[in-house]
Design a protein around this ligand. Structure first.
Ligand SMILES: Cc1cc2nc3c(=O)[nH]c(=O)nc-3n(C[C@H](O)[C@H](O)[C@H](O)COP(=O)(O)OP(=O)(O)OC[C@H]3O[C@@H](n4cnc5c(N)ncnc54)[C@H](O)[C@@H]3O)c2cc1C
Length: 413
């Protein structure tokens, strides 16, 4: 029996870390990502142009802001992850003042924060680079169909309409493992960018009910970019959480990241509260109104910042922000630690299994924390499930089936 092909859907932190783990197992792996770049909810907005031509003039972390760990540096699993990210210059300790009610806890002997000079997106990119996996951007999985012979058909839509054929790296007779890492409502077909097909028909009732209970918070992010000569900042803090109002978080993003000299512009990143996200949840073009609401509150909260002099403002709606209720409606904990156990979270859920195909769902909704380490946890659990499947295939060592539709078939749209 050939090695299974592993197809990971989504190049966020979970998918990227998983690509690295699967590659270490020696299995052929590829990653499909619907966006133009890696990172997912650890997205970094890059502003190009200005005096530097097409070069990056400024960056801002639109989603996750910094990474927090309560693990000791010598931790068996997390230690090497952080060491590599620091050595590669992707992460650096973040010890700037974080004011207000910080859900992740203040930095100290037991709590370490990290920021990413080039933006947190570079974390997923680092994992992908290390994995050596083939990554295809602007390729969205649009349908997943279990075939009568136990094989799989993947339909892939490409952003620009270009052909998006996948060849089966492990050979057409190879079984296939597909790991979905996108937000759960998208997998269940309850959202824009659904995945169609019959792949949920074999889902057992308990898992189906547990997945249906997953909920995410919604919020807006706004990145303000200033030319350095137009910018003023009088605060002592680098980031601050607010308890009330439309604006709930503000960061001097350039300072938070300790950005390099390649950035000529200064960025300030703002997150709205969840109520504003919910108010405009079903609105397809809420950006101007959300921006106006945020600006009004910003002018009151931080009148010293010349908001009207921003050279560029990017507003983003996080329909699926952080997990509010994880699988089975269990509440994730921002102060979860790896060594405290899994809290009953499985790390990944099995969607289907045949002798020729395995489907898994991974990501922070399966984990005890909706953050970086929750994703690392989920990726490890998914990797264990893939290894068990590959080992079971090797043990049976059945000759390639050649049954009807038993191969990996990929259709392009
Ligand atoms: C506003 C905000 C603030 C946050 N703050 C923090 C923080 O400070 N610290 C922290 O650690 N965490 C924070 N988080 C949480 C953290 O960002 C998430 O836990 C983590 O990024 C989730 O990663 P993931 O890979 O599981 O999912 P995602 O990042 O959602 O990745 C899924 C990927 O799948 C892709 N995709 C979706 N559908 C398809 C398809 N059909 N085909 C192909 N690709 C597809 C998406 O484009 C995406 O890249 C924050 C999140 C948000 C939104």
């Amino acid at each position: 029996m050939p090695l299974p092909n592993v197809v990971i859907v989504g190049a966020g932190v979970t998918g990227s870390m998983l690509a690295m783990l699967v590659k270490e197992m020696g299995l052929p792996v590829r990653v499909l990502e619907k966006s133009r770049s890696a990172g997912g909810r650890m997205a970094t907005r890059e502003l190009r142009g200005g005096a530097g031509g097409d070069k990056v003039a400024g960056r801002a972390d639109l989603g996750a802001q910094y990474i927090t760990t309560r693990s000791p540096p010598e931790h068996a699993v997390l230690g090497p992850v952080y060491r590599d990210l620091e050595t590669a210059g992707v992460l650096r300790p973040f010890s700037g003042e974080v004011a207000g009610p910080n859900p992740y806890g203040g930095a100290g002997a037991e709590v370490r924060h990290f920021s990413a000079p080039a933006g947190l997106q570079s974390v997923a990119q680092r994992f992908l680079d290390r994995s050596g996996a083939r990554v295809q951007y602007e390729r969205a999985l649009s349908a997943l169909e279990l075939l009568p012979g136990g094989g799989l058909r993947l339909d892939v839509a490409s952003g620009g309409g270009a052909p998006a054929a996948l060849d089966a790296e492990g050979g057409v007779d190879a079984p296939t493992v597909v790991v979905l890492t996108q937000p759960v409502p998208q997998v269940l077909g309850r959202s824009r960018f659904p995945v169609s097909g019959n792949f949920l028909e074999r889902l057992d009732g308990d898992t189906s009910a547990a997945l249906a209970k997953v909920e995410y918070s919604s919020r807006f992010a706004a990145a303000y970019f200033f030319n350095a000569e137009d910018f003023a900042w009088k605060e002592t803090w680098t980031a601050r959480y607010f308890e009330r109002g439309d604006v709930r978080y503000v960061a001097h993003d350039t300072g938070k990241r300790g950005a390099g000299l390649d950035e000529s512009m200064v960025s300030v990143l703002v997150h709205s509260g969840v109520p504003l996200g919910i108010e405009f949840k079903d609105d397809v073009a809420p950006f101007d109104r959300a921006a106006a609401r945020l600006l009004e509150d910003l002018q009151q909260k931080l009148p010293g910042v010349p908001w009207d002099k921003a050279a560029s403002v990017k507003v983003h709606k996080w329909l699926y922000s952080q997990v509010y209720k994880g699988i089975g409606a269990k509440r994730p904990a921002p102060d979860w630690t790896w060594d405290s156990g899994d809290g009953g979270f499985p790390g990944c859920a099995e969607l289907f299994r045949t002798e020729r195909a395995l489907g898994l769902l991974a990501g922070d909704a399966m984990a005890p924390a909706s953050n970086f380490e929750g994703c690392v946890f989920s990726a490890h659990r998914a990797a264990e499930a893939i290894k068990a499947y590959a080992d079971a295939l090797a043990a049976t060592a059945a000759p390639p089936g050649g049954g009807e539709g038993g191969d990996l078939r990929v259709a392009a749209r």
